[in-house]
Design a protein around this ligand. Structure first.
Ligand code: ADP
Ligand code: ZN
Length: 819
């Protein structure tokens, strides 16, 4: 049975509730609780409250007896109570408060981030004509533009203010509409927006054992017999046999022959992972030694953080499974984070094979209803494992015993919009708060995590070898300087040989599309995105030029629009062209491509991975999607077409990212009986990222990279917070950025003599995205506490300064990429 079904509603009988609304406002607000809600309102429930003329969803944070007299006069009342039992408990609230504080983000929005979408009702202004407005319209006493707007409102009877502004952008403004309201021509009321997601109920018909007193109509008799056969039956099952049955069921119930009741059902998941047996192996001695340490941590029931540094194919998954087993012994629960769940069907399948269906999947690819149901299964305690991408760190378990972060180095753990949290960092915090074990696993740990292991914050556990004596692949670096062809002789030969041996190959190129950009050699014209400071990428199949940031697209031109020249050329190549070239080079070979363009459909990732598994694909070409932890024994060759793409990123993590990508993609080779081979093509054959990846030498790479970080005082020796301003006006954005610097500098002079450094402001490396201009200023500090203090002060001032200026302040604490 669940531990949180409708229960004894022990409201506290208090008068006042403190509420965090799910909006970008930094304060919390107080509301009066109406008499009728006092016995049921509890902390952690959702309430609908009036807010700046609207009704919005908020979360009850605290209940109070009284409030300072000066506020009391102004208090508004809670409009409605949206839950019967609290959605968030005190543990989750504590966690969310920490997150809000650390990321300088409104608490209400943090709570909202942790909940499945569709629980957040809010109202919006709805327009309708008043009696007087209608009269004016019939009398024809309105200005022409006003008449147009009024006619539209009249026709719809009620229409959202937003819609009217969208339909008549030239003719009317919000202020104008409100002035008509003041003149009594319009009503503006609050109406609800969107639809709340709710549990799905199914009707169940149960046979009651009585025989009909009078003969029944044929259809009712048939239905009754069907129910009798089974004892009880659900409406969805009845629907498979009978076209319509609702009326008949009601008659049968009225006659006392059956009873009808509702039962909550779980919406079927669109994500299915093929279930493959994953027998429990005898642990290798390395695995055994690692597990012993972890079990000690689990049994201590105290916060125990581990970094499992295990080379690719060293059997980290088995460690995760054994640790979870022990957690279940304790009656506790497990959260498993993966960088991207559509790329982790193997892990899901292994968990299911070992632990059955006691598992919920959380990820954004699921439908709203599906996602809500998965979340509810965790919330009600019906499952013991939650697996998902970064947002699964908010899984509403009550007794988390372990948090596993697989591929902990992966940048996709960082959310880059709204609440810019890093799920790995939050895993540390949540594990600490829950006295749980933390397992960070990777073949290429992040510099931060390895540094934490070195300095004793994490226990380092190593799996230095592949299981069953399999070797790491042989890696060869090919110098591409002076070479004209896309594929070196060496790479072509290796592919050819692998094909002859009937083995599978992966080809990695971290750029999608056909050509990187198009150039007219006659006049030098290139095609730029009008909204972003990047060139458009050529896509062959759709015959289009596309922007990879804002999705702007145009038809690919035949001739140069500048000089009418006929020589337009594609420069640089992407995966689409690579696929074509490979197909041309090896006719008859089955080539597939995996990148964002070929995986937009729901099951497409899985279809490609299954194709690789079943041997239907000979060569898989792809972007970083093919890099992640798949385990395919028949893949024996991996080619890296260009190792340089990520190396030239204007970011201090570009070397680290390159090393990770190369090591991970190389690690896909030779996991089966045959050993693997890797060829890396590069224009920088002497770069340490490439040389260390060639030798599978993480420690060597770490030692080199950490010195560079130390010399420049980059993370982990300092922390960054990025203050980014985005606005439609280039001039205003820049001006505000300069003002921000002024404020920052004056703080430095007055209060922070040491320990804080201001870098910038400067135009962001991607200066313009989606039509918005971006300026940024980095603040750097050695002490997190001091840095946060500074940032909070600056944020408060900037909040005031940017108000009403059409420029947005975005704060990114511990940014992963500073782009
Ligand atoms: P990774 O460390 O890259 O996550 P996996 O967990 O995928 O590695 O393990 C690599 C392969 O080794 C898998 O096919 C797995 O079934 C196998 N394996 C793991 N542990 C053992 C073991 N103790 N004995 C035999 N095979 C094992
Ligand atoms: Zn664009």
């Amino acid at each position: 049975m669940t531990n949180r079904t409708k229960g004894d509603n022990l409201g506290a009988m208090k008068d006042i509730v403190e509420v965090a609304v799910g909006l970008p406002v930094s304060k919390t607000f107080h509301y009066r609780i109406p008499e009728k809600m006092r016995s049921s309102l509890q902390i952690g429930m959702r309430v609908l409250v009036p807010f700046k003329g609207r009704k919005v969803t908020g979360f009850a944070l605290d209940l109070l007896d009284e409030i300072p007299k000066e506020l009391e006069e102004k208090l508004l009342e809670v409009e409605a109570l949206l839950d019967e039992v609290p959605l968030i408990d005190s543990q989750m609230l504590r966690f969310c408060r920490w997150v809000a504080d650390y990321y300088l983000h409104p608490l209400g929005e943090v709570i909202k981030t942790g909940l499945p979408p569709g629980l957040h009702l809010k109202s919006e202004p709805i327009l309708s004509l008043s009696q007087k407005g209608r009269e004016c319209l019939t009398q024809g006493s309105l200005e022409p533009f006003q008449e147009k707007v009024f006619r539209e409102i009249e026709q719809c009877r009620k229409i959202a203010l937003k819609k009217i502004l969208k339909s008549f952008p030239e003719e009317v403004s919000k202020e104008q509409l409100f002035s008509w309201k003041r003149k009594g021509l319009l009503h503006i009321d609050a109406g609800m927006e969107g639809k709340e997601v709710k549990p799905k109920f199914e009707k169940i018909a149960r046979y009651e054992g009585a025989e009909p007193a009078n003969p029944l109509p044929t259809k009712q008799l048939e239905i009754l017999n069907r129910i009798k056969e089974r004892g009880e039956i659900s409406s969805s099952e009845l629907g498979k046999v009978f076209k319509s049955f609702t009326g008949s069921l009601q008659s049968l119930q009225a006659k006392g022959l059956i009873t009808l009741s509702g039962r909550e059902v779980c919406r079927a998941l669109s994500f299915r992972s093929e279930l493959k047996p994953y027998p429990k192996p005898e642990l290798t001695s390395d695995q055994g030694a690692v597990l012993v340490k972890i079990l000690e941590g689990i049994r201590s029931k105290r916060y125990s953080p581990f970094l499992v540094h295990g080379v690719t194919g060293s059997g980290k998954t088995e460690i995760y499974l054994r640790a979870i087993e022990e957690i279940f012994e304790q009656g506790r629960e497990a959260i498993v984070l993966v960088p991207e769940i559509s790329l982790a069907p193997q892990l899901v399948s292994r968990l299911k094979d070992r632990f059955g269906e006691s598992l919920a999947l959380l990820h954004s690819g699921l439908g709203r209803g599906e996602r809500y149901d998965q979340w509810r299964k965790i919330w009600k305690g019906e499952v013991k494992i939650a697996i998902g991408a970064r947002s699964a760190i908010f899984a509403p378990f009550k007794k988390v015993g372990i948090i596993i972060v697989d591929e902990e180095h992966d940048p996709s753990y960082k959310q880059e919009e709204k609440l810019k949290y890093h799920a790995r960092d939050l895993a540390v915090v949540r594990a600490k708060q829950a006295d749980a074990v933390l397992l960070l696993g990777s073949a290429t740990p992040s510099l931060e995590s390895f540094y934490n292991a070195e300095s004793g914050k994490f226990h380092l556990l190593s799996l230095p070898e592949r299981v069953e004596g399999k070797h790491l692949p042989q890696v060869e670096v090919v110098d591409m300087r002076g070479q004209k062809d896309l594929l070196s002789e060496r790479l072509r030969q290796a592919l050819q040989k692998n094909i002859e041996n009937r083995k599978q190959s992966l080809l990695f190129l971290n750029r999608r599309g056909f050509a990187n950009f198009i150039l007219c050699p006659d006049c030098g014209l290139t095609f730029k995105c009008p909204n972003c400071s990047v060139t458009l990428t050529h896509h062959f199949r759709t015959r289009s030029l596309q922007c990879h940031y804002c999705d702007y697209r145009i038809k690919a031109p035949g001739d140069c629009p500048g000089c009418q020249g006929h020589q337009l050329q594609g420069m640089g190549i992407g995966t689409e062209k690579l696929e074509q070239e490979i197909q041309a080079l090896f006719p008859g070979i089955r080539v597939r491509r995996m990148d964002r363009d070929t995986t937009s459909r729901k099951r497409s990732h899985q279809e490609i991975l299954e194709g690789l598994e079943s041997g239907e694909i000979d060569i898989l070409v792809g972007t970083q999607m093919i890099v992640k932890g798949h385990d395919f024994p028949n893949v024996t060759f991996v080619g890296v077409v260009s190792a340089d793409t990520s190396l030239h990123f204007p970011d201090f993590r570009s070397s680290e990212r390159t090393f990770q990508l190369l090591t991970q993609v190389a690690g896909r080779a030779g996991r089966g009986e045959t050993s693997g081979e890797v060829v890396i093509q590069t224009f920088n054959p002497d770069h340490y990222s490439i040389l260390r990846a060639k030798d599978h030498d993480f420690i060597g790479f770490y030692q080199e990279e950490i010195q560079f970080r130390k010399a420049l005082e980059y993370p982990p020796f300092s922390r960054f917070i990025n203050f980014r301003l985005t606005g439609n006006s280039e001039r205003k954005t820049e001006a505000l950025a300069k003002e921000m610097e002024g404020i920052g500098q004056s703080f430095l002079k007055k209060r922070y003599r040491q320990g804080i450094e201001i870098l910038g402001p400067s135009a962001a490396p991607l200066f313009k995205i989606r039509g918005k201009f971006r300026w940024q200023m980095l603040i750097k500090g050695k002490s997190t506490k001091l840095l946060h203090h500074f940032a909070r002060e600056l944020a408060a001032q900037m909040g005031v300064l940017t108000r009403g200026k059409g420029v947005n302040l975005d704060i990114d604490v511990d940014p992963v990429f500073i782009l």
